[in-house]
Write a protein that binds this ligand. Sequence first.
Ligand code: FEO
Ligand code: CA
Ligand code: CA
Ligand code: CA
Length: 605
Amino acid sequence: SRTKGKPAKGLRFTPVEPNTKDEVTVPEGYGQNIVIRWGEPILRGAPDFDPEKQSAKAQAGQFGYNNDFLSLLPLKEQEGDGERQLMVANHEYTDEVLMFAGYDPDEPTREQAEIGWAAHGLSVVVVEGGKSSGALEAVPRHRLNRRITATTPFEVAGPAAGSKWLRTSADPEGRTVLGTLNNCAGGTTPWGTTLHGEENIDQYFANTEKVKDEEHRKRLERYALKGTDTERKWERFDDRFDVTKEPYEPHRFGWVVELDPYDPDSTPRKRTALGRFKHEAAQPRLTRDGRAVVYMGDDERFEYLYKFVSSKRMRSGRSRADHEHNLTLLDDGTLYVAELNGDSPRDDIDGSGELPSDDHEFDGTGRWIPLATGDRSHVEGMTAEEVYVFTRIAADKAGATKMDRPEDVEPSPRTGRVYAALTNNTDRGAAGKAGPDEANPRKGNKHGQVLEFSEHGDDPAARRFKWRLFLVCGDPDDPGTYFAGFPKDQVSPISCPDNITFDSYGNLWLSTDGNELGSHDGLFGVATVGRRRGEVRAFLTVPTGAETCGPVVQSRRVLVAVQHPGEVDGASVEKPASQWPDGPDAYVRPSVVSVWRKDGSDIGV
Ligand code: FEO
Ligand code: CA
Ligand code: CA
Ligand code: CA
């Protein structure tokens, strides 16, 4: 039977129960520590966190707000008993009401706006752990520590660099952008860099409603820009956030950015060859001949799955020239969008989530539709530059399949199968919207699903693939849920899968955002092969109002970013909804947490 014996190696822990505790709950026998909090100084000269005296200058040297994606990279450096790694973190967005006492959303001050700019972006921080424990501590003032903010210069790279669509009065060449915004999840490349997806960039740009040029307004609206004032009102302090003053500034966001975290003087780059949309994440896999394939999701309802295949091969040498070469891999290649076709009778896809009668699986075939290769467009009526800058419009024309909010997409390093978290889509089947299909089988989908696909011939550059739903999430008692056929009375309930990663045994780990089952969000592990395939086990849950982000699973520790704790309607500094992590007299602070076995042994064995 499927349940005989032990859970898969790496997942042998007592699952945590669904709960609404205002803390990070972990399995019995596990401990935890805070690695770093919002506002802790990481650069030389940065002051200690003092929320009553916060300044933009201080924030620019401190860990940013709302940590999301995390990457841990190797560092050949030892300090006594300590082993060091390089941690890269995204800071997706700011919650001003939880950052500033007495914040007036109608009258934000310039200093508050500038603190917000400095609290966005990325952090690079060296972290250190003892050999005998999974606990990690930040190493402040290390020479590799770095902050990238909403005002750091970026180079625009790839086929749309210099495009007329990217030019502004501050940058008439269309090649230098100030800052990165809304960095959600990301990826770690085999050549030692990190990728960061610029996601919900619409929230920063004011006055789309007032744009007179209808064509331009429609292009902005296709990227969800709308209305007049923005919530943070940054347009009052910098004209570039007002589209009636700087019409093309929004085109300079919504990219995948690449950072070389080992070189603190490097200029980060926006990789236009990977297209412009609401990038959730970007995780590469190499083809057998060394080309880079990057899988990507566009996180909005009814948006698409994409991949990029580089034309050049990665060089594995360690010379400066090899490294410089690898930093050009993501500038030249082909951008594709996915079409998925089910193979079960249409009548069987009734929107309930119950399995089709023919093969008792939601599955089918798919193809990757090319949109552009280098300077060549494959989309009628659009230049290659337009395909890259208005990728959503290109994918619409190509007839791609509208998915239930594609979040993280990652290939398993063990099997090569690719997993895509489709977080939810409550509009599926609503009036005037696309109805259920085999890959997105539920109407009013509140809990999401996880798609698994295999590229033809296990070649990530293939044009065809087979797919099936691995998990249809929700309450296991609900007949419209599915756990790869694993007995449903033996799994942890899971809702709204978002970020994903793999452990060294090949298990898939999923973090959730927006649990609709009455529990706080959490982190879950699940075997993808063998008898225990589909056995979802809850590893931790996060505090009130928080989302679980950035999971990294190493043999000795699990690292998570606890994002937006206390983010509950009506909450403020004066009326906090959470007391995490430092208790009732302190500010609620997004923080990175490390979880480990108290007895010093490996996770889940
Ligand atoms: Fe920033 Fe799609 O989550
Ligand atoms: Ca089928
Ligand atoms: Ca996310
Ligand atoms: Ca991931």
